[in-house]
Design a protein around this ligand. Structure first.
Ligand code: FAD
Length: 479
């Protein structure tokens, strides 16, 4: 049966776009290189119609489908299981910008387009597409939508869901839903678009999207600020929101420990402040009215914060190069320094901003009580209540000892997140990595609704099985 399916797939997308054996390998391992699966083949269609045909063939042959974009996701959601029964459906050949409408401030693009190319197409049209992530050079719009990616500009522009006006989707039956509406108002029933966004390829295959564009900012100001305690950082966030309004486009928190790792392991990235504070934040103001206006507002808000004793120290970028150097600390140096420091146990969580100080104290205490000496390294998008809370091994400990208790560390952190009203996945989704812990933090009612939704959209359970939700034993293709 699989030989006949492979032949039909080759007829549909071209023999050179049905990859098997070593050609397929790069698609079968996740971004962290921790999960490797197997697949019948990697199939690379070039159009929405071809995607629909591939899905119909898979339905006929009861073959599971694992959609994949740039394969930069961090939860193993685009990696097939070890059975070798699924195909990986790579969307990367669907990469056309179909339309840019500057009167409507929208851009319509195919799902496999790389995010950086979409940003550039918007810039060339004199507009901003504000989604911005560390992986923007290789992640795709389809992957961003399917994970509802966040990034550094969520504070001002929202997650990917807020940036999507319309979608084109191939359903689990292989039909095409032409939902590419460029409407900011559309109250005509259930919001299907919002269900597909964030569904990690389990409800449908996104083939194109109509996205919102914004005016390009006329001036930007960036600064690195030091705070005497986390409560001061939270209080300054409120002051900055009040003072800058919608012009506050980033508020990236970094602990003193995190910057200390950069100083120790990645000194090629200079830090323009003394490292004697427990918390720092990189903030950015994007002003529509020009340089002088931006500087005046910036100096007023930061100056007041100094007077109020909220800010201890500040390095304000005076040029584009200095601003880029500050952003490199957040985007590159932090990851590089942690890599050189050794592996750590990662968490991507969110907590209501007002509860972040209590969460940090309680979690650090709970960790120390059970795993003495571990080093929490916290940073993240404070304006969204989103922390990347990584736990590094004790300085004098063996990393292997910490990884042996990785699940117990996750449980301590996630239990604390839950107790503080938070979410165990702020940005990266559930995939397969967090699938089995999800039921601990969702109510039976919510999980049941999710299972019923999945069954309604994908009755045969062929779309990305075993991701987000465990596969019910009764599904035909698992028999
Ligand atoms: P993939 O990894 O290929 O897939 C991710 C999921 O989407 C899978 O479930 C897959 O099945 C599904 N999928 C992909 N394409 C489609 C499609 N067309 N239709 C249906 N389902 C599809 N995330 C953030 O939110 N914020 C960050 O700041 C951030 N920073 C990152 C920095 C780095 C260095 C890295 C490596 C990752 C980062 N991420 C971040 C993770 C982020 O989720 C991904 O980078 C991105 O959104 C995934 O896009 P992708 O094309 O690589 O998707």
């Amino acid at each position: 049966m699989s030989a006949s399916l492979l032949n039909r797939l080759r007829d549909t997308v071209g023999a050179s776009h049905v990859l098997t054996d070593t050609d397929a390998e790069a698609y079968l391992t996740d971004q962290h290189r921790r999960i490797t699966g197997r697949a019948l083949a990697v199939v690379r269609p070039a159009s929405t119609e071809q995607v629909a045909q591939v899905v119909r063939l898979c339905v006929k042959h009861r073959t599971p489908i694992v959609p994949q974009g740039g394969n930069t996701g961090l939860m193993g959601a685009a990696t097939p299981d070890g059975s070798g029964r699924a195909i990986v459906l790579s969307l990367t050949r669907l990469q056309r910008i179909r339309a840019i409408d500057t009167d409507n401030d929208t851009l319509t693009v195919e799902a496999g387009a790389v995010l950086a190319k979409v940003q550039q197409a918007a810039r060339e049209a004199g507009r901003l597409f504000p989604l911005s992530l560390g992986s923007e050079g290789s992640c795709t719009i389809g992957g961003n939508l399917s994970t509802n990616a966040g990034g550094t500009q969520v504070l001002r522009y929202g997650n990917t869901r807020e940036l999507a006006l319309g979608l084109e989707v191939v359903t689990a039956e292989g039909e095409i839903w032409h939902g590419l509406r460029g409407l900011r108002k559309d109250n005509t029933g259930y919001a299907l678009r919002d269900l597909y966004v964030g569904s990690e390829g389990t409800l449908g295959i996104i083939t194109a999207a109509t996205l919102k564009l914004y005016p390009l900012p006329q001036a930007q100001h960036t600064a690195l600020l030091a705070f005497g305690c986390i409560r001061d950082a939270v209080a300054f966030l409120s002051a900055a929101r009040a003072g800058f309004g919608a012009s506050l486009t980033a508020f990236e928190l970094m602990s003193g420990t995190a910057l200390g790792l950069i100083a120790r392991h990645a000194p090629e990235y200079p830090i323009p402040l003394a490292l004697n504070a427990p918390w720092y934040a990189l903030i950015e103001l994007s002003d529509a009215e020009g340089e002088a206006h931006a500087r005046e507002r910036f100096e007023a808000v930061v100056g007041q914060a100094f007077e109020d004793g909220l800010v201890q120290d500040a390095a304000i970028a005076e040029s584009l190069q200095q601003s880029q150097a500050l952003w490199r600390l957040r985007d590159e140096a932090l990851g590089e320094a942690q890599k050189r420091d050794g592996s750590n146990v990662k968490h991507d969580v969110s907590v209501p901003i007002s509860r972040i100080p209590d969460f940090l104290v309680a979690t650090a205490a709970a960790l120390q009580a059970r795993f003495p000496g571990v080093r929490p390294v916290a940073f993240g998008h404070l304006g969204d209540g989103n922390l990347h809370y990584n736990v590094s091994p004790p300085l004098d400990g063996r990393p292997a000892d910490t990884f042996a208790v990785e699940d117990a560390i996750h449980e301590v952190v996630h239990d604390s997140v839950h107790a503080h009203g938070g979410s165990i996945s702020a940005e990266h989704g559930i995939g397969q990595t967090k699938r089995d812990v999800l039921p601990r933090y969702k109510s039976a009612v919510e999980l049941n609704l999710m299972h019923r939704l999945k069954a309604a959209f994908d009755p045969l359970g062929l779309l990305n099985p075993g991701k987000v939700l465990a596969q019910p034993a009764s599904h035909p293709h698992t028999e």
